[in-house]
Design a protein around this ligand. Structure first.
Ligand code: AMP
Length: 211
C-alpha cells in the first residue's frame, strides 16, 4: 500500500500517520521531520531550510521531491506525511510512481477548522523524538517537562507562533487544499475532531477499502 496524508497544520496527521504506518506495516516518511533533521544536522542546506521553515514558508518542490524520491526508490509500501503539499508535488509524485510501476493507492485528508488549528498549534509542546505530541487532552504537560521516550524537554516549535501559524494556514488554503480535488477518486476524507483514538478508528475503518 502506498498512501499520503494531508491536512492543515495541527490536524493530527503526524500522530495518525505514525500509528497507521505501524498498524499497516508501512514505512512512515514525514517531510516535516526530514526538514527538521536536516536543520539539526547543521548542513548548509539545513541552514537554508531553517530560514524557510521558521518563516512559515514552503521548501522548494525541487528539494522536497528529491528528498522523497530518494527514500521511496527501494520500498513498495509507504505512508507519506506532509507530502505532497501542492499540485506540482502531487503531479511529480504520480509521474515518478507511475514510471516505477507502483502507483499511489490513495490519499487521506484530515480536516479541522482554522480556529481549531490555531488553538492546537499555539498551545502544543513537542519533543525531539516525535515533534508532534500535543499538550491538549488528558496528557497535560508543561514547557520543560521531560519526554519519557527521548528524555528531551518539551518545548514550543519555532514555527508554532501565532504569526507563523497564520502564514502556514495561508499556504494550506492556497496550495495544499487543492489536493482534495486532485485526489478526488482515491481520497478518504476524515473528520479530525475527537481524541487520537477516535480519529484513528475512523481512519482504519475507511482504509479497509484499500486492503
Ligand atoms: P510539518 O511538520 O509537516 O508541519 O512541516 C513543517 C515545515 O516543513 C513546513 O511548514 C514547511 O516549511 C516544510 N515542509 C514540510 N513538508 C513540505 C513539503 N512537502 N513541501 C514544502 N515544504 C515542506
Amino acid at each position: 500500500m502506498r498512501i499520503t496524508f494531508f491536512g492543515p497544520p495541527g490536524s493530527g496527521k503526524g500522530t495518525q500517520a505514525d500509528r497507521i504506518s505501524s498498524c499497516f506495516g508501512l514505512q512512515h516518511i514525514s517531510t516535516g521531520l526530514l526538514c527538521r533533521e536536516e536543520i539539526s544536522s547543521g548542513s548548509e542546506l539545513g541552514q537554508r531550510i531553517r530560514e524557510i521553515v521558521e518563516s512559515g514558508h514552503l521548501v522548494s518542490d525541487e528539494i522536497m521531491n528529491e528528498e522523497v524520491f530518494s527514500r521511496i526508490e527501494t520500498i513498495d509500501n509507504f505512508l507519506l506525511d506532509g507530502y505532497p503539499r501542492n499540485l506540482s508535488q502531487a503531479k511529480s509524485l504520480d509521474e515518478y510512481l507511475e514510471n516505477a510501476g507502483k502507483p499511489l493507492t490513495g490519499a487521506i485528508f484530515i480536516h479541522i477548522p482554522d480556529e481549531e488549528v490555531i488553538r492546537r498549534l499555539t498551545g502544543r509542546l513537542v519533543c525531539v523524538c516525535s515533534n508532534k505530541y500535543s499538550d491538549t487532552g488528558s496528557d497535560i504537560r508543561k514547557e520543560g517537562d521531560i519526554c519519557p521516550v527521548c528524555r528531551e524537554p518539551f518545548a514550543k516549535r519555532n514555527d508554532d507562533s501565532s504569526e507563523i501559524v497564520k502564514k502556514r494556514l495561508d499556504h494550506y488554503h492556497n496550495l495544499t487544499r487543492h489536493l482534495e480535488n486532485y485526489y478526488e477518486n482515491r481520497l478518504l476524507e476524515i473528520d479530525g475532531f475527537g481524541t487520537i483514538d477516535q480519529v484513528n478508528e475512523r481512519i482504519r475503518k475507511e482504509m479497509l477499502i484499500w486492503v
